[in-house]
Design a protein around this ligand. Structure first.
Ligand code: G3I
Length: 361
């Protein structure tokens, strides 16, 4: 039986200790272990999505979130099937700098330690986003000079903390509106569009090796929003700004159709000299899920994977968690869900098998 936690222990430490207990129960390591005691990585385990993708020189990963670290069965699959992970919330500004100048990496470190123990790559998500910002930042009144200093400090402290531990950073997330105009975020309103180039330069100063990405949703196919990124990245490259990747989130819904030109879109970004990653793939449907809808979903997942495989500079795919048990969809789109390749009981769905087949398994 796990020992009761002393009441004086901070919640973050209690959570870390709890998850360590659960991980041990699941035969997993929450913290880095010696090479001998580490479980085999997904990428070295024949037939896993991670291993199949690696054969194509790509990764196949899943996002995760800290509350899920108390679920041993969930962690077992997360650690054994996937070659990459992304913290779904733990690296966002509200979590990493909850008070001005006060940094807290407890939650993010927990995800990174799990990834390290399972030899998974980590994508850093995200440095600048208009959402999930701390109240001290959104409720403050800032001059342009003050905000620039706050942004620079935040970006560099976070990037330096994870230096050498993340392969990519989503430096700016969701900068554009659907029509390709700039989103009127706090950053844009106070600093103008130049905040994006500044953020990329500051991140690069802090870590020369992590690839720096711009990331957004509804940019799967060619349209006003992806065009805006195409134009921006072209300009940033021409100006010598260190932008190295375009992140296509890939939150699809059966009712809106499959983006048939996704491969063509990836290819045009590759032509600009940046890599592409599918960063948050899920494919939701109106509930209840029927065999027919699940079959269509399976085809879509496979088609998305095939598009990435066909583009050399598409470096990998991350699903936005792997099980319907922990999907963000039902709370944001009531009546919709069943978006992931594993069901709520962690059983593989048709989509799991179609992804595997598309990867050559
Ligand atoms: O932290 C509070 C907790 O204190 C409170 O008890 C609980 C009650 O609802 O809420 C917790 O906050 C939630 C947070 O996730 C952390 O779990 C928020 O309500 C919830 O809205 C938030 O949702 C996240 C969402 O981003 C916010 O927009 C999802 O988990 C996360 O998966 C999702 O991820 C985004 C990507 O970052 C960017 N692309 C879109 C994607 C889906 O929205």
């Amino acid at each position: 039986m796990p020992r009761p936690m002393p009441l004086s222990m901070p919640v973050s430490r209690i959570l870390t200790a709890l998850s360590a207990t659960v991980c041990l129960a699941a035969g997993l390591a929450a913290a880095p272990a010696s090479a001998e005691s580490r479980p085999a990585s997904a990428e070295s385990r024949p037939g896993t999505l991670g291993e199949l993708a690696r054969k194509h020189h790509k990764y196949f990963g899943s996002a995760t979130d800290n509350p899920e670290f108390t679920d041993a069965a969930y962690l077992l699959r997360l650690g054994s099937e996937f070659g990459q992970t992304t913290p779904g919330n733990a690296m966002k500004w509200y979590a990493t700098e909850p008070a001005r100048g006060v940094f807290d990496f407890t939650a993010a470190d927990q995800v990174v330690a799990f990834a390290k123990a399972h030899r998974q790559k980590v994508r850093g998500h995200t440095l600048l986003w208009h959402n999930q910002l701390p109240a001290w930042l959104t409720e403050g009144t800032w001059s342009a000079a003050e905000l620039r200093a706050i942004l620079k400090n935040h970006i560099q402290k976070v990037v330096r903390h994870f230096k050498g531990q993340v392969i990519h950073w989503d430096v700016v997330n969701e900068a554009f509106n659907e029509d390709g105009t700039y989103r009127e975020s706090l950053f844009y309103k106070t600093l103008g569009p130049g905040y994006i180039a500044d953020a990329l330069r500051w991140a690069h100063e802090a870590d020369h090796h992590a690839k720096l990405y711009l990331n957004d949703y509804n940019v799967d196919g060619i349209g006003p929003k992806s065009d805006a990124y195409y134009t921006l990245i072209k300009q940033l490259k021409a100006d010598g700004v260190p932008v190295e990747g375009f992140g296509i989130q890939g939150h699809l819904a059966l009712q809106y159709g499959f983006p048939a030109d996704v491969q063509q879109n990836m290819q045009r970004f590759a032509g600009l000299g940046v890599e592409v990653a599918v960063t948050e793939l899920d494919i939701r449907m109106t509930l209840p899920a029927t065999a027919e809808k699940l079959a269509t979903q399976a085809t879509w997942y496979a088609d998305y994977v095939k598009a990435c495989l066909a583009v050399k500079k598409c470096v990998g795919i991350t699903i936005w968690d792997y099980t319907d048990k922990y999907s963000w969809i039902p709370s944001v789109f009531p009546g919709e869900g069943a978006a992931l390749p594993y069901d709520e009981n962690l059983r593989p769905k048709p989509a799991y098998y179609s992804i595997k087949e598309a990867l050559g398994g």
